[in-house]
Design a protein around this ligand. Sequence first.
Ligand code: C5P
Length: 481
Amino acid sequence: MKSVSDLIYLLGGTNKVANYLNIKPSAVSNWKKKNIIPKNKQKLIKDLCLIHKTNIYENLFTENSNNTHNNVLLIISGGVASYKSIEIIRLIKKTKINLDIIITKSAQKFITPLLVTSLNEKKCYTDLFSIEDEAEMNHISLARKADIILIAPATANLIAKMANGIADDLASTTILASLAKIIIAPSMNPVMWNSSVTRDNCKKLVDRGVVFIEPETGDMACGEHGVGRLPEPKFIFDELINELNTKKEFKNNRLKDITVIITAGPTEEDIDPVRFVSNKSSGKQAYAIASELSDRGADVTLITGPTRTSLPLNLKVIEVRTADEMYQTTMSNLPADVVICAAAVADWKLTPNIDESNYFDLKNKIKKTEKSISFKTIQNPDILLSVSKGKLKPKLTIGFAAETKDLIKNAKEKLITKDVDLIIANDVSNNKVFGSDFNKVYIIDKYKCEEWVKQSKKSVAINLANKINEYFTLKSGFLNK
Ligand code: C5P
């Protein structure tokens, strides 16, 4: 059975199809991710199939309608534990999962491509620069097709490459080019596993959302004892199935195909070419919300100021610096079904007061001076207000209220003055929220104020996504309850 990825590939790739339909390539990527072509585009795709003389379209919509079948890419890197991946392949082959396999050069010292090909009943991929592999399925197609990439076993070397963006063979290049969820099952000598550099690399990957199946403690093939052994294939297989099921868990999902814009992080307001004012926003809460909505199939654009938090991988991100840039970018990305303004936008730009006795050439760094400098404030545009009062007002507008006192009172005021549907209020006094992985929020609409228990920012994102889903499920929205 073929997938939407296969079809798009046969039609010339994402960009060509997007061009032909006059839509954004990200929309086509989304179809591939969800393995569904929206009804209103099916006729055009059918026409394109006729032009390309391909008949897989019919298969796709008869055999596979409404069915998100799962494409797994298994990457086997080199280590004594590579032999266990053979059993993983056997277990996957008993399911309806569509499996592609890459074996690295060092893995081929332990298992052969011939063995893997016969077990998987299709070609396994080994070489970035093979004409044959490129003609059949290149690294970009492999990367796009996968819903989940499972790396088992993952060597310290492959983990290091992933953490540092090195793409020097088929496996590492495909991983770098993919937006799919990644599961890693590391296996290596205990000293290598515990070394600070491997720890740092793993931490980086965890921060980027990679799921780890931790190695077990036991006797190693090298004769040493400790943590580093690959868990049993059945355990790894069960984890893979869990992850695939998590993807499908969203019942009555109304977030598929809705468009969302989220602003995030702080903004930086320049004083001179080297100095700026900013704030402590980490962007973590907004990134978690953006990721969650994207995971549920929404077409999300994240517009973020500069943060130290890893950017989500599964959606479109536009990085900006100043409030003016964030404003321009947000307005030019409208319309959207939902706009969530979570950014801590600087309310003012600062500019030194200039008079005859005090002149500053702001094109150059302000020199240290004996005299004190006073600044005047220039108000920045209010993005949320412009969105909610604008001609392209979204179906749902959500704002944040980060307050250090009178939280609920100020939040309710914002709900009215900014004309938004929902305010998420949090108390940011004493550094309680900025940079933390936890959040305590109140959800306020015209009719009520819900207090949510303190929870992880990820959990707030899940609950908020449920709430937005509820809004699009009940036609009247949650606001009338
Ligand atoms: O007025 P205040 O900054 O407290 O309002 C907070 C809400 O307004 C947040 O949702 C924030 O993202 C948004 N906002 C904005 N543009 C500004 C200031 C705030 O979008 N210039």
